[in-house]
Design a protein around this ligand. Structure first.
Ligand SMILES: [Zn+2]
Length: 300
């Protein structure tokens, strides 16, 4: 289903999401992406790295890891494509092209210093690649991370910096006119999860207790982007798309193990899968109370 085209020939509602690694989009926004795509909005995902430094969960794929064959990045291109098929998202790209920026590893790792890693990238140059996408797809809404990248991973912090700078530069007529007509994004949101939602999710998980297949249960502190409830100003109800979100997460075979309403990363600690996805508006006119639509108040 495609929405009626706007005056410029583009679908009426256009959403851009900027993420650090393949899998972040499905964990954070899988239900939101599936919902807007199903409604005919244009959904564009830009992923900044291939996630080459990720740990590999299935033993039979352990050889892909950076310290062995070092082919995990290529493999994850396929996982991301499979996840996008589950969500119905056809426009997904890598910042500057696949493999231009390499995963920087966790904060403090030796890989942070590696030339070519995203953490070492020139922020304005990297933002230029995103400006080209913004001016092409002309989103009203952009979803990115908070300044700490949700949980302090260098690639997530850098993705925040690049996204926010690109949003500014894309609107400036004087910046790189060769990249297209200027475009101002009406609404910028950061991913977040309200504290009460996290606590409730972990209570559910503890209640499931022995019935989950993971080694243990993560703590609420392991969830990125936890905020006071009042700061989460948009709640997208993705309940109808929860199965598709779970399927997209499952498509990231090397990174995520999904079991019913719960999942685990390579640390094998269970976390709840959230079908409600939350956002904190940082640019745009704040609607009164909690909105349920990222496009609320935008002229479409
Ligand atoms: Zn990530």
């Amino acid at each position: 289903m495609t929405e009626p085209a706007g005056p410029d020939g583009l679908p009426a509602r256009r959403l851009l999401l900027v993420h650090a690694h393949p899998d972040d989009e499905s964990i954070n926004n899988g239900a939101t992406m599936a919902k807007y795509a199903a409604e005919g909005a244009q959904v564009t995902l830009v992923t900044c790295t291939l996630g080459e430094e990720g740990e590999v969960i299935p033993p039979e794929l352990a050889h892909l890891a950076a310290d062995r064959d070092n082919t995990l990045g290529e493999h994850r291109i396929g996982e991301l494509a499979a996840a996008m098929r589950e969500l119905g998202v056809t426009d997904h790209r890598f910042l500057g092209g696949p493999g231009l920026y390499r995963d920087s590893g966790m904060m403090g790792a030796a890989q942070n210093e590696r030339p070519g890693c995203f953490w070492q990238a020139d922020v304005e140059e990297a933002a230029g690649h995103l400006v080209a996408v913004i001016r092409e797809v002309r989103p009203q809404v952009m979803v990115a991370y908070d300044p700490n990248g949700g949980y302090g991973h260098p690639d997530h912090i850098q993705a925040h910096r690049v996204a926010m700078l690109a949003a500014d530069l894309a609107a400036e007529p004087g910046f790189r006119p060769d990249l297209g007509e200027p475009h101002a994004i009406a609404r910028v949101y950061w991913n977040c999860v309200p504290r009460s939602v996290v606590e409730e999710g972990f209570a559910r998980l503890r209640a499931a207790g022995g019935n989950i297949p993971f080694e243990g249960i993560a703590s609420a502190d392991d969830v990125p982007g936890v905020v006071d409830d009042a700061e989460a100003t948009v709640a997208v109800d993705g309940t109808r798309y929860a199965q598709r979100k779970a399927a997209a997460m499952r498509a990231h075979v090397t990174q995520i193990a999904v079991d019913g309403p719960f999942f685990a990363l390579s640390n094998d600690l269970g976390q709840p899968v959230f079908a409600m996805e939350y956002y904190r508006m940082v640019r745009g006119q704040q609607p009164a109370g909690r909105a349920d639509d990222l496009f609320a108040g935008t002229e479409v």
